[in-house]
Write a protein that binds this ligand. Structure first.
Ligand code: FAD
Length: 604
């Protein structure tokens, strides 16, 4: 059991952490390692720590994300370039945050994507640092030689961690079509990735998942960083505590304001907790800006109309939102060659049987999504010259915009970096995720499907997230900004065409009966784009809404994660990412939590 309000309200702690999610719990464990510091975590969601919780079972993925017991279920504002559609956006709302509800995929970004953070003005934030902290977080269990033979991929053990708190492994249940799809990818010119966890993930690969090899259950921030430390007298965790704002000491609008505490709501009652050293906001990319803005940190234009007294003017708060996005191509498999797929879980009796088997560490409920391809645009278009042309046009467009002087501070540098990464073709802006089954929509009984998820990992579009009310219970307005930059729509269009070509490539071609989505009536680029606009989804990888950049580039935190203009308020979660990476984001969140702990311990 986590702590009660009596242990917290009106007490003083050295560090108060707002948000007990992926980065927040990694940070809390790091700070609490020093027994002379008193650490408090305030988490808006419940504990959900019982072993029988559906959180613990890896498959089918995503079953808890629409349930408010586990998740925030937000809706974006109507997306102008998606014909006014509101996109559903979920996040973990429980101890462990999004690591409790995510799809358990464990991967690392390309080295160059992280090195770009340092080049943008953040000394020390480079691949070397990332790799060090990702290894520190991880305890990897290699698969059996038989499994390695099946995957035809030997893990590079030196790129993994061996004794971190987070358990990772390859699943024991394998979708047999994965190998066929890997072969098709290679036949389409995509090589096997050289070292997916060592900074070079470009190509096809089988990826590990955050699953405990002993129990086949999810390993996540709460099991890895909270449970092993829960008896520590110097670590307190209060759940169902909604942080409203940081309380400041002085009443002046200085440029060096000092936090004295945190105001939060528990059981409908407002409380204050006092802080001796630092407040660290770890509420994730969609909620961290809300806490900053309710504390008077942000843009005058957002704060003043709501009657919030501006304390520190930082126009970057809630701006520069970067997100990945995906669209699927689904194929019905030929029944004579049918594989076991996730579609079987639509049968309630089958699902119940699998959950029973899972308790014995058997069956399909221990499976995870394993098969991926990360490719540069140049490997994804029908010929590389098409990509070269598209990128050149985008460069021309950006250079014209730079000359016009209309870009917000910091965007020019980010965009130029994105262009460079695409031109050198060393990142994975085009990702294909292989889902063994129909993804969304209703499967026809008795039929088996495979869905190729085309995920765009380097969007030029930017969105925003801002408060619309002084009430912390009111969701912020989330604008994902999708396709504000036309290039992004072209990128997704090329990826859908690539996924379709994959379906026409042997040996995948021979096991497919037909394409069901978008379907054979969708042929022209215009029709594909119409399909994309109707179905594009968020990948839940939002970053950069309290970005770590120099202040004159619209930065919100400096390279020690300190909020500009404050003495003792930091942000340590995925919202500080200076430029998005071509990877799933949980490893980045764990790295940020780990790095933050060391920075703070050294600094205070
Ligand atoms: C459905 C889904 C699937 C995903 N799949 C994958 C995957 O397979 N692999 C991968 O690498 N990444 C995946 N991701 C992304 C990854 O999980 C996240 O990017 C990462 O976990 C974010 O970490 P964070 O610490 O920034 O935020 P979070 O882990 O979201 O933590 C934020 C915490 O703050 C709490 N909070 C928010 N507001 C307040 C408040 N006012 N007061 C107190 N507490 C508050 C929240 O409840 C939450 O617990 C997925 C995400 C989702 C949502």
């Amino acid at each position: 059991m986590a702590n009660s309000i009596k242990d917290v309200a009106d007490h003083a702690f050295d560090y108060v952490i707002a948000g007990g999610g992926t980065a927040g719990l990694a940070l809390a464990a790091g700070l609490a390692a020093n027994s002379s510091t008193q650490v408090l975590v305030l988490e808006a969601g419940p504990e959900n720590l019982e072993e029988s919780s559906p959180i613990r079972i890896p498959a089918p993925p995503g079953v808890v994300i629409n349930d408010p017991k586990y998740a925030w279920v937000f809706k974006s504002s109507p997306q102008k370039h998606l014909e006014g559609r509101e996109v559903v956006v979920q996040r973990g709302r429980t101890l462990g945050g999004s690591s409790a509800v995510n799809f358990t995929v464990w991967n690392h970004p390309p080295a160059g994507d992280v090195d770009a953070w340092e080049k943008l003005g953040n000394p020390g934030w480079n691949w070397e640092l990332f790799q060090k902290y990702a290894k520190k977080a991880e305890s990897f269990t290699s698969s059996s030689p038989e499994r390695q033979a099946l995957y035809r991929q030997e893990p590079h053990l030196s790129s993994h961690g061996v004794d971190g708190p987070l358990k990772t492994k390859f699943p024991d249940w394998v979708f047999k079509g994965d190998v066929i799809i890997q072969d098709a990818m290679q036949n389409l010119g995509i090589p096997v990735a050289k070292d997916p966890y060592g900074g070079d993930p470009i190509g096809t690969s089988m990826l590990a998942a955050c699953v405990d090899p002993r129990t086949h259950t999810r390993s996540y921030a709460a099991t890895a960083y909270y449970l092993p430390n829960k008896e520590k007298a110097n670590l307190k965790v209060l759940c169902n505590a909604i942080v409203e704002r940081v309380v400041f000491n002085d009443q002046h609008n200085d440029e060096n304001v000092e936090a004295s505490g945190v105001q939060f709501i528990h059981d409908g009652v407002k409380h204050v907790v006092h802080v001796r050293k630092e407040v660290v906001i770890c509420a994730g990319a969609l909620k961290t800006p809300q806490i900053l803005e309710l504390s008077g940190i942000g843009s005058r234009d957002i704060l003043e109309p709501l009657g919030i007294k501006p304390r520190i003017i930082l126009p970057g708060v809630g701006e520069n939102l970067q997100e990945h996005a995906f669209c699927g191509v689904t194929f019905e498999l030929q029944s004579k060659n049918a594989f076991e797929t996730l579609d079987l879980f639509n049968d309630k009796a089958f699902a119940a049987e699998q959950h029973k088997l899972h308790k014995e560490q058997k069956g399909m409920a221990a499976m995870t999504i394993t098969n991926f391809c990360f490719a540069p645009l140049k490997s994804t278009t029908e010929t590389p010259s098409e990509a070269v042309k598209l990128i050149a046009l985008q460069r021309q467009n950006i250079e014209e915009r730079i000359r016009s002087g209309t870009l917000p501070p910091g965007l020019k540098e980010q965009w130029m970096m994105q262009l460079e990464r695409m031109e050198e073709a060393k990142s994975g802006e085009c990702e294909i995720v292989i889902i063994p089954g129909l993804f969304g929509g209703a499967a026809e009984p008795g039929k088996a499907y495979v869905t190729l998820i085309a995920s765009a990992n380097s969007m030029f579009s930017r969105g925003s997230v801002h408060v619309t009310s002084c009430d912390p219970n009111v969701d912020p307005a989330i604008d994902l900004g999708y396709f504000a930059e036309e290039f992004d729509l072209k990128l997704v269009t090329e990826m859908i065409k690539f996924a379709r070509r994959l379906g026409e490539t042997e040996p995948l071609k021979s096991i497919i009966a037909k394409e069901t989505v978008p379907g054979s009536n969708v042929t022209t680029d215009e029709q594909i784009q119409d399909y994309i606009k109707r179905t594009l989804s968020s990948t839940y990888h939002t970053v950069s809404t309290a970005v770590m950049l120099p202040r004159d580039m619209n930065g919100v935190v400096d390279s020690k994660l300190r909020v500009y203009g404050t003495k003792n308020v930091r942000v340590a979660d995925i919202s500080i990412v200076p430029l998005h990476v071509a990877a799933h984001t949980q490893s980045t969140a764990y790295v940020i939590g780990g790095v933050a702990a060391d920075i703070i311990m050294k600094d205070t």
